[in-house]
Design a protein around this ligand. Structure first.
Ligand code: ADE
Length: 235
């Protein structure tokens, strides 16, 4: 089996990279900024693809995630894509900082396109999720929730309205973009997200995100390892 993780930030991926001892293939995606790490696990392939950097900082957001996902699928031909990273969540739904979720749905929350229903529906996305996601979440004991994606770390009232109308629980900046590209290639995708901040608790999102990033990234490494072991039937 070939599993490809798509991760936005180096800091989010580093504990996972260290855990699995994946090695970098420098320049693999040239001229794209994406970075590729790989290792073999009992005849299976584990790839970790990062969005890469521009102007000295990690490329977060939908555009970079789409480019990384498309390059990864075309060059690595994974059987499964896993978008893993951090997210905001909602205290009112019972989320706490450091919680890990597996997603049971994914859509955009900041694409307000007037017109007919078809255009509005297409803009929101709601892409298919790997059909074993619920089985994996149940087996490992992770909560499930719907990821909604937007291009900003902050949350405007119009974002919240769409999130609430669509029962979104986990707010990120890449998930739906990764899922959009996977839907085009019919590559199964699952999303594993750990919570750095609570969108309904404080407006100081960036400060709280930075404070909890290292802890949440370790939680993601633990979760990713459990999912890999489950998929590859390792103990
Ligand atoms: N990643 C971590 N926290 C986030 C938030 N509140 N919104 C979007 N992406 C995030």
């Amino acid at each position: 089996m070939k599993i490809c993780f798509i991760v936005a930030m180096q800091a989010e991926a580093q504990p996972f990279i260290d855990r699995f001892g994946v090695s970098e293939a420098p320049g693999f995606f040239m001229p794209l900024p994406c970075k590729m790490y790989q290792t073999d696990i009992d005849g299976n392939k584990l790839y970790v693809v990062l969005n890469g950097q521009q102007q000295g900082s990690d490329l977060v957001g939908c555009e970079a995630a789409s480019v990384a996902t498309m390059a990864a699928i075309q060059q690595l031909h994974p059987d499964l894509v896993i978008n893993s990273g951090t997210c905001g969540a909602f205290k009112k739904n019972g989320a706490a900082i450091g919680d890990v979720y597996i997603s049971n749905g994914v859509m955009f929350h900041d694409r307000r396109v007037p017109g007919d229903d078809a255009w509005g529906t297409q803009s929101l996305g709601n892409y298919p999720i790997f059909d074993r996601a619920a089985e994996i979440a149940n087996a490992i004991g992770f909560k499930m929730g719907k990821v909604t994606t937007g291009s900003s770390l902050d949350m405007q009232p119009c974002d919240l309205q769409i999130i609430e109308e669509n029962h979104g629980e986990l707010k990120d900046m890449e998930g739906a973009a990764v899922a959009f590209v996977c839907s085009l290639f019919k590559t199964p995708i699952m999303l594993i997200k750990s919570v750095t901040d609570l969108c309904d608790e404080s407006a100081e999102t960036f400060e709280i995100f930075k404070k909890n990033l290292a802890m949440a990234s370790h939680a993601i490494a633990d979760a990713n390892e459990k999912v890999i072991n489950y998929l590859l039937k390792k103990s």
